[in-house]
Every structure is written in structure tokens, then in C-alpha cells.
Design a protein around this ligand. Structure first.
Ligand SMILES: C[C@H](O)[C@H](O)[C@@H](O)C(=O)CO
Ligand SMILES: [Mn+2]
Length: 422
């Protein structure tokens, strides 16, 4: 293992090397330190929540694996998240689903939840000095069992889910107000059909109407920001997804909402990165659900691969970081769940640092001059710059383990805490 002195020495050399190509490593680290990644609660317990009841999340979501030690209570989930936060450089956020309220063992209908069920989460976030994000849970419920919620043909079922989403916005606003940082409340619904529908129009028009009802009440942006998330398909909704990308793109553009782009929600050959500069011509901002689909929307843990680097590069080269809310979205129950958070968050931050450290203004100059040979040559040579030394230094300076040293901490936590869970 490298000593602090060696890490600092390597950084000083890397800083000079980057300066030679016009990159200010201190400026890149300052930008990185200001970024917040929203850690999704549902990685900690396989999307089960605390309502009691269902084992599988429903809504076409599938969690595979049986790794021991999942969080079973809000306190366990908070404890696990704190462990993860301690191993990730920077100050981040936590993203809750509505089913993670503290209901005191009582059956609370989703259209009756309120901020009182999230007081424990707000107090915890305040103690940690972090913000919270929020999501209605429109799946894993008797009134979602036939595959429709906000677009349901039955008005009373639609009303139930409208009320649920309205309450979620209020809860999001209360969180944002209490914590002094706006909550992003993201609406995703599973509505769709396994086989070819006879009527594609009806459900979409009903969804549009329901969403307008959900968002009818104005809420100040300093407390709550609304986001909408589309999807290509889900299990059981292979032939038709009511809230597909085009539907929500139009909705976000016309209603000035954040558009949530989930990296697992497109055809595998489509590039999410390429969508960023397109949609940001029209929508005020985006929420990114950083995920990793393997052959389908499999929600694998995020790693630094070409897709992730391309997303980070687009955010940096397009100067979009201030219009982007960063969130993770995956659920892997086949590995240690705390490690999954740490790997995903560190990978996203590493990709962003890589992008921040590229001499991209030079690429853009070469491109403007029509020198595509030079652009390609520089893009390739930049891959050899001493990025790792800067990342290690960032971890050291942020007070988190350098390199794989964090894994030892997770293993100790597994021995002392997770393995004792029944
Ligand atoms: C559990 C989340 O709401 C969910 O992952 C959603 O964001 C999604 O991506 C559904 O496929
Ligand atoms: Mn998502």
C-alpha cells in the first residue's frame, strides 16, 4: 500500500504533467468535490421497503441474488448507507422511495402517507448534513397488479395513484425545506402491456391527464424539483410501455420538468450520452439514473466502462454539470450491498474526474479548425495521462480509503454487522 507521502509525491508530478497540456488539476478537484451523487436506498435491501409484505418488487423489476445481510429496518439501512458514505469521497445525497417510510408496523395506504413517516430520515440526513431525494412507489401493490397505475382505465385506481404522487411531492418539499436543499422527486411508473395493445392512445392520454393532476399544485423549486422517467420496456411490459421516452420528453419540455434519463432504459445500442446535449436544448435540467444494463435493463452495478465515460465526458464537455442531478439506480443482491454502493459511486466519480482532467478545450479547438487528425490523436494520448495519481490524492485529501483499501473496511463491516443479521 502506498504511503500518504508517496501519494502526494505522485500527485505533484501528475499535476505538472497535466499542467503541460493545459489542465489545472486543482480546478478539476474543486469541481469534483462540489458534485453530489444521490445514493439510492433500494440497493440496500433489494427494493423491499418497510411496508411489510411482498418479497419481490413487482412492476417488472427483478432483483437477483441471495447475498446475506440485507437491511431489514430503517436503522439498518441508515447504518449501511453511512458505512458507504464513509468510503466515498465527497458529500452526497440519499434517495428514498415512498415504501421506505417508517410506518410503525401499521398498514398505511400509499395515498395516505405523509411527512410524519419520513421524520426519522430527515433527522438522519440533517445529522449527516446531506440532502434527500424522493420517489413515489407505483409498483408492488394490489392496485398495480394488473400493470397499470396512473394510466389505469379505472378512474378510482388512477385517483389512488394520483393522490400517492401528490403526497410524495409534498413529502419531497418538506424534506427540501427541512434540509435546505431541494429534493428531486422522480415519477416512474411501470404501466405497460406484455402483448400488442389494441389501443396505445388511451393509456397515454390518461397518463398525461393524471400527471397534470399530480403536478397541479405549484411547489417552490427551492424545496422540490419534479422529474419524470421514461423506459423502453420492462418484464411483463415487453410490447408497450405507456411512459416511453418520447412521451416524457414531450411532457418535460411542455411542463418544464426535469427529465430523468436512466442508462438502462434504452435499446442497448442507443447512447444515453448522446441524448444529453439533445434534451438539454429543451428541458431545464436532467436527472441521471446511472445504471448498467447487460443485454437488457438488468440494473448491474455501475463500473467505469465506455458508456459511463461517455456520459461523464458529455456532462463536462457540454458544461452541463450545473443542470444535472446525479443519481445511481441499480440493484444487485449477488454481492455485498454496501460494496455495491461504494463501487457504483466511486466509479461514477472516477469517470467524472477522468472527464474533468481531459484537455477537452484543446479537442474542441482542433475540431473547430477542422483538424480531425489532431483531435483523434489527442483524445487517444490523453488516455495515458496520470489520472490515477489524481484520484488517489483526491481520496486521501477527502479522508476516504485510497485504492482497494475500502474493501477491507467493508469486509470488516460484513463480519461485525451484516453477518449477524438473521
Ligand atoms: C426503483 C426505481 O424507482 C426504479 O429503478 C426506476 O427508477 C427504474 O429505473 C425502473 O426501471
Ligand atoms: Mn431508474
Amino acid at each position: 500500500m502506498k504511503s500518504s507521502r508517496q501519494i502526494e509525491q505522485a500527485y505533484r508530478w501528475a499535476r505538472e504533467r497535466y499542467a503541460e497540456v493545459g489542465v489545472d488539476t486543482e480546478a478539476a478537484l474543486a469541481t469534483l468535490s462540489g458534485l453530489r451523487v444521490s445514493l439510492h436506498c433500494w440497493q440496500g435491501d433489494d427494493v423491499r421497503g418497510f411496508e411489510g409484505g411482498a418479497d419481490a418488487p413487482g412492476g417488472g423489476l427483478a432483483v437477483t441474488g441471495a447475498y446475506p445481510g440485507r437491511a431489514r429496518t430503517p436503522d439498518e439501512l441508515r447504518q449501511d448507507a453511512e458505512k458507504a458514505f464513509a468510503l466515498i469521497p465527497g458529500r452526497h445525497r440519499f434517495n428514498l422511495h415512498a415504501i421506505y417510510g417508517e410506518f410503525g408496523g401499521r398498514k398505511v395506504e400509499r395515498n395516505e402517507i405523509g411527512v410524519e413517516h419520513f421524520r426519522g430520515w430527515i433527522d438522519w440526513a440533517r445529522r449527516l448534513g446531506i440532502g434527500l431525494d424522493f420517489n413515489p412507489t407505483c409498483f408492488g401493490h394490489r392496485l398495480a397488479a394488473d400493470g397499470f397505475t396512473l394510466s389505469h382505465p379505472d378512474r378510482s385506481v388512477r385517483r389512488y395513484w394520483i393522490e400517492h404522487c401528490q403526497r410524495c411531492r409534498e413529502i419531497g418539499a418538506a424534506m427540501g425545506r427541512a434540509l435546505g436543499t431541494p429534493t428531486v422527486t422522480n415519477v416512474w411508473i411501470p404501466d405497460g402491456m406484455k402483448d400488442t395493445p389494441a389501443d396505445r392512445r388511451g393509456p397515454r392520454e390518461r397518463l398525461l391527464e393524471s400527471l397534470d393532476e399530480v403536478f397541479r399544485k405549484p411547489i417552490p423549486a427551492r424545496y422540490n424539483l419534479d422529474a419524470v422517467e421514461g423506459k423502453l420496456f420492462g418484464i411483463g411490459a415487453e410490447s408497450y410501455t405507456v411512459g416511453m421516452h418520447e412521451f416524457y420528453l414531450g411532457y418535460a419540455v411542455t411542463r418544464r420538468k426535469l427529465l430523468c434519463l436512466d442508462a438502462g432504459h434504452y435499446h442497448p445500442t442507443e447512447s444515453l450520452a448522446d441524448k444529453i446535449s439533445s434534451v438539454l436544448c429543451y428541458v431545464p435540467g436532467i436527472l441521471l439514473h446511472v445504471s448498467r444494463g447487460v443485454r437488457w435493463d438488468s440494473d448491474h452495478v455501475v463500473i467505469v466502462n465506455d458508456d459511463l465515460l461517455a456520459i461523464a465526458q458529455e456532462l463536462v464537455r457540454g458544461r452541463y454539470l450545473d443542470r444535472t442531478h446525479l443519481g445511481l439506480d441499480f440493484f444487485d443482491a449477488s454481492i455485498n450491498r454496501v460494496a455495491a454502493w461504494v463501487i457504483g459511486a466511486r466509479s461514477l466519480l472516477r469517470a467524472l474526474l477522468f472527464a474533468l482532467l481531459e484537455p477537452w478545450p484543446r479537442y474542441q479547438e482542433l475540431e473547430r479548425a477542422g483538424d480531425y487528425t489532431g483531435r483523434l490523436a489527442w483524445m487517444e494520448e490523453a488516455k495515458n495521462l496520470p489520472f490515477g495519481a489524481v484520484w488517489d490524492y483526491h481520496c486521501l485529501r477527502s479522508g476516504v480509503p485510497v485504492g482497494a483499501a475500502w474493501l477491507e473496511e467493508v469486509r470488516a463491516y460484513e463480519r461485525e454487522v451484516l453477518s449477524r443479521r438473521g
